[in-house]
Design a protein around this ligand. Sequence first.
Ligand code: PAF
Length: 284
Amino acid sequence: MMLPVVARTRAELHDALSGAGKISLVPTMGALHGGHVQLLKHALPLGDTLVASIFVNPTQFALGEDFTTYPRTMDEDLRLCAEAGVSVVFAPTLETMYPHGIDGGVTIDPGPLGTILEGKTRPTHFRGVLTVVAKLFGLLEPDFAVFGEKDYQQLTLIRLMAQGLCMDTEVVGCPTVREADGLAMSSRNRFLDYRERKQAVALSRALDAGLAHAADGAESVLAAAREVIDGATGIDLDYLVLTDPFLGDLALEETAEGLAARLLIEGRVGATRLIDNAGLTLGS
Ligand code: PAF
């Protein structure tokens, strides 16, 4: 099996991408799992050259978060990338991504949407995400960039950034991949011990319960999801909200029947923060 070319600097990237044609990019922080493989599969037919970036971006972690312990599994990542048809892996040095240091330089302000939900407990997170994604778009000039719907607020903000800042990259969302019991795949799942892993499934169960009540309207959806969490052990709930698909209306009302909506949840299981979400149509 041919391993992908690995580029670590701007010059190496330039060489690796000469004659690449249309580029499809899957940005990652490594520790690849089945969810990433699905993103790569989704991205492969979109362009002529499939590129994965692997960079644990320090600016999207706040002090005390898991930046230093975030899993780093480069050899296994390269093997998975090769199997998925990746031609080039961009695994930049810190200096390549942050030539002015991580505390200096220009950053992207996510605006009000960056301050709600995940942004409420992690106020600097989305600034870090958008800044690094903007840099990746600048360096690679991808025609397509594929992101998972699991990080729904991130996907929504990246879409808004690409449109709002007139970037030439089409941002493509890819459905969440789940374990057999429903838990959304995440690099952080490997932090869960045996008991926490069993408890964590309450998040996706809550979403399923909510979806099963879509026909009854917004209040029923939230009540059903809430009941699952109330009856579960080991989940420290941060938020459970029903909103429109653009995350614009956090107070969707019963009168919104027939509307597309998104149910989002975040909870801590032990020391691990997990998020999940699902789309639904109210009144159907
Ligand atoms: O979703 C992720 O893995 C990261 O937030 C991303 C988009 C690669 C930016 O660092």
